[in-house]
Unconditional design. Structure first.
Length: 327
C-alpha cells in the first residue's frame, strides 16, 4: 500500500453535527495521506446532512463524497458505499465514532502485516471522554454494546464481535464473498450475520486495540432499554437466518449460553421488583459490582422482550382484523 488506497465508509441519518466532528477527526489523522476518500452515505436525512458534507468537502484536504439514498437502513447504506468505493481497502465507520489520531495508521499497519484478502482488522471503541461515561456505560461498552471485555489483543475474534463501526477489510473479498443483508432495516445483527457468512468463506478477523475510535454518545438506563427493544425487532429476522440458527444451536457452547440466558431471565423475573429502585443509580457515577449490572441488564432484557411481544401481538391482531373485514 504505497499509494493511498483506503476508502472510509460512514453511513449517517440526521446527525450532521456529530458527523462533522467525525469527519474532522479523519482530517487530523497522522496517516491522513493514506486516505484515498471518505464516502458518506446519507440514508434519507432531512436535517441538511448533504449540504453540511458538501460544505466540509469544499474546505477539506480530504476527498469526501456524499452518496444519497432513500431511507433503507445501515446495511443498505454500507453496501452502497462498498460498491462505490475506489480503494482496495475499506474502513467501516459510524457517524458518531470519532477516530483517535492514529486510528487510520493502525489499520494500515496491520493490513500491511496481514495483506491476504481474507484478513480483516477490528479496532477498539470506547466512550468519548466528552460524555463523561458512567460506570454503567463502561460496563455496557465492554460486555453488552460491544464485547471488547472478552477479546485478546492480536487474536482472532468470533462472529459476534464483527463490529462494522471500526473495522477494515479488503474490498475485493467483500465484493466476491458477500455484502450486508439489506433485509435488516432496523438496528442490530446485520454485522453479525455478515460476519458469519464471511467467516464461512475463510475470513480471519484480528483485534487491534490500538485502532481506537471514541463513541460520542451518552447512554442512560432508558437508552439501554430502548436499544434492547430495537434489538428484539431485528432478532426475529436474524433468528431465521443461517447465522441465527448457528448461534442458537450449533456454535460451541450454544446450549450452555442458552441455559445461562434462561437462568438470568428467570432470576431477573424474581428480583426485578427488588432491583427497580436501583435503576436511577445507573445514571450516576456510583460504582456497583459487576453482578449488579448483569442482573439489572437482565431486567432490561426481560422488559424489552415483554414490550416486543405486546407489540407483535397488537400487530397480529390488526392483521387479523383487516383480513376479517376484507372477507
Amino acid at each position: 500500500m504505497l499509494t493511498p488506497q483506503l476508502s472510509i465508509i460512514i453511513p449517517t441519518y440526521n446527525r450532521k453535527d456529530i458527523l462533522l466532528r467525525t469527519l474532522k477527526g479523519y482530517e487530523l489523522q497522522t496517516a491522513r495521506g493514506e486516505i484515498l476518500e471518505i464516502l458518506v452515505i446519507d440514508d434519507g436525512s432531512t436535517d441538511g446532512t448533504g449540504e453540511a458534507v458538501e460544505g466540509f468537502s469544499a474546505t477539506s484536504s480530504l476527498k469526501v463524497r456524499c452518496l444519497v439514498q432513500q431511507n433503507k437502513g445501515q446495511a443498505a447504506a454500507r453496501n452502497y458505499g462498498i460498491r462505490e468505493a475506489h480503494g482496495t481497502l475499506i474502513l467501516l465507520g459510524d457517524d458518531d465514532i470519532i477516530p483517535a489520531p492514529t486510528l487510520v495508521a493502525e489499520h494500515i499497519s496491520w493490513n500491511r502485516k496481514y495483506p491476504e484478502d481474507n484478513f480483516a482488522i477490528l479496532g477498539h471503541v470506547s466512550w468519548s471522554p466528552e460524555v463523561n461515561p458512567t460506570p454503567f456505560m463502561e460496563w455496557m461498552g465492554l460486555y453488552k454494546l460491544f464485547g471488547y471485555g472478552f477479546l485478546v489483543p492480536g487474536k482472532e475474534v468470533g462472529i459476534s464481535c464483527f463490529y462494522s463501526c471500526n473495522m477494515s477489510l479488503k474490498r475485493d473479498f467483500l465484493l466476491r464473498e458477500g455484502l450486508f443483508d439489506e433485509n435488516f432495516r432496523t438496528y442490530g445483527f446485520e454485522d453479525t450475520e455478515l460476519g458469519y457468512r464471511l467467516t464461512k468463506k475463510g475470513l480471519h478477523t484480528l483485534y487491534n486495540p490500538e485502532a481506537i475510535g471514541y463513541h460520542l454518545k451518552r447512554m442512560s438506563y432508558a437508552d439501554a432499554c430502548r436499544r434492547q427493544e430495537m434489538i428484539y425487532l431485528a432478532r426475529e429476522y436474524f433468528d431465521a437466518t443461517e447465522a441465527g440458527q448457528f448461534l442458537r444451536h450449533q456454535a460451541p457452547n450454544a446450549k450452555r449460553e442458552v441455559l445461562k440466558h434462561n437462568l438470568k431471565m428467570a432470576v431477573a423475573k424474581v428480583v426485578a421488583p427488588l432491583l427497580s429502585p436501583l435503576t436511577p443509580v445507573l445514571d450516576s457515577h456510583v460504582q456497583l459490582p459487576r453482578v449488579a449490572y448483569e442482573l439489572l441488564y437482565s431486567c432490561v432484557a426481560m422488559k424489552a422482550q415483554a414490550s416486543y411481544k405486546r407489540s407483535r401481538s397488537r400487530h397480529q391482531e390488526a392483521k387479523e382484523s383487516i383480513a376479517s373485514n376484507v372477507r
